[in-house]
Design a protein around this ligand. Structure first.
Ligand code: CAA
Length: 257
């Protein structure tokens, strides 16, 4: 499928999506968001594909929603959903998504990072929720996912002041998994994706679901979700293969069945 605002590359079980509006620092216009949701959904339904990487390349991840597109929008248009439902579609993706972040990840860009499951950052990365400086506030998860990730007080500082934090601080605060030297973020994400692609896909999917659902419910409900996912995996061939391989002292080969 041809896309205008994103590049897609499938290498075996790993799919990489590169946001591709470099002249505007990959600002997220509705058309780009729609393409992104479509590409992710296509791969989510592709049995060959096991892991997705979302990146803006080695320069910038995304400097947020497209301000030039939003400047004339009014509240009624926003409530009518002129921006579409891409964010809702992206959060329903069931396969793991690794974010590979360089340069700016601001506003909707930072929120997109937080929709991903594992985050590799270049030492050039800068994160922020600067919407407040535009007279608005985050609207794609920034006030919800950010405090869950970094805690209330840090989220308050980022959202109320709108200033940026660098990669090292994002790592200290738990917003990213690790920081790698400039120019190496996509290669590092691909290395991790290759390893993740060897894991049993159904177990990966259920574990992702269990973690995400569990974050939004009380502990007792979360433990119930976990135990249902856990029990269900005993119906898979991959469970038999994984345990047999351990006992036979060989590498397991998972088929996603
Ligand atoms: N929307 C539209 N265009 C953008 C943009 C954005 N979010 N961010 C950058 N651009 C454009 C600039 O307008 C500029 O285009 P022109 O050359 O045509 O003027 C080009 O990208 C390069 O940007 P700068 O010249 O500004 O580059 P800089 O290095 O001086 O500054 C920056 C970089 C600090 C990231 C600055 O561009 C900036 O502050 N961008 C806006 C960040 C922002 O406020 N993001 C939040 C958007 S709202 C949102 O995301 C809502 C939500 O939650 C969904």
């Amino acid at each position: 499928m041809g896309y205008e605002y994103i590049l897609v590359e499938k290498e075996g079980a790993v799919g990489t999506i590169t946001l591709n509006r470099p002249k505007v620092l990959n600002a997220l216009n509705p058309a780009l968001m729609k393409e992104l949701a479509e590409a992710l959904e296509t791969w989510d339904a592709d049995p060959e594909l096991r892991v997705m990487i979302l990146t803006g390349g080695e320069e910038n991840f995304a400097a947020g929603a497209d301000i030039k597109e939003m400047v004339t929008r009014d509240a009624v248009q926003m409530m009518q959903g002129v921006h579409g439902n891409a964010w809702q579609r992206i959060r329903k993706i069931t396969k793991p998504i690794i974010a590979a972040v360089s340069g700016y990840a601001l506003g909707g860009g930072c929120e997109l990072v937080m929709c991903c499951d594992i985050v590799i950052a270049s030492e050039s990365a800068k994160f922020g929720q600067p919407e407040i400086k535009l007279g608005i506030m985050p609207g794609a998860g920034g006030t919800q996912r950010l405090p869950r990730l970094v805690g209330k007080h840090r989220a308050m500082e980022m959202v109320l002041l709108g200033n940026f934090i660098d990669a090292a601080q994002a790592e200290r605060w738990g917003l990213v998994n690790r920081v790698v030297p400039k120019g190496q973020v996509v290669a590092e994400a691909k290395k991790l994706a290759a390893e993740l692609a060897k894991r049993p896909p159904l177990a990966v999917k259920m574990a992702k679901q269990s973690i995400l659902h569990g974050l939004n419910v009380d502990l007792e409900s979360g433990l119930t979700i976990e135990s249902q996912c856990f029990n269900l995996l005993f119906a898979t061939e991959d469970k038999t293969e994984g345990m047999k391989a351990f006992i036979e002292k060989r590498e397991a080969h998972f088929k996603g069945q």
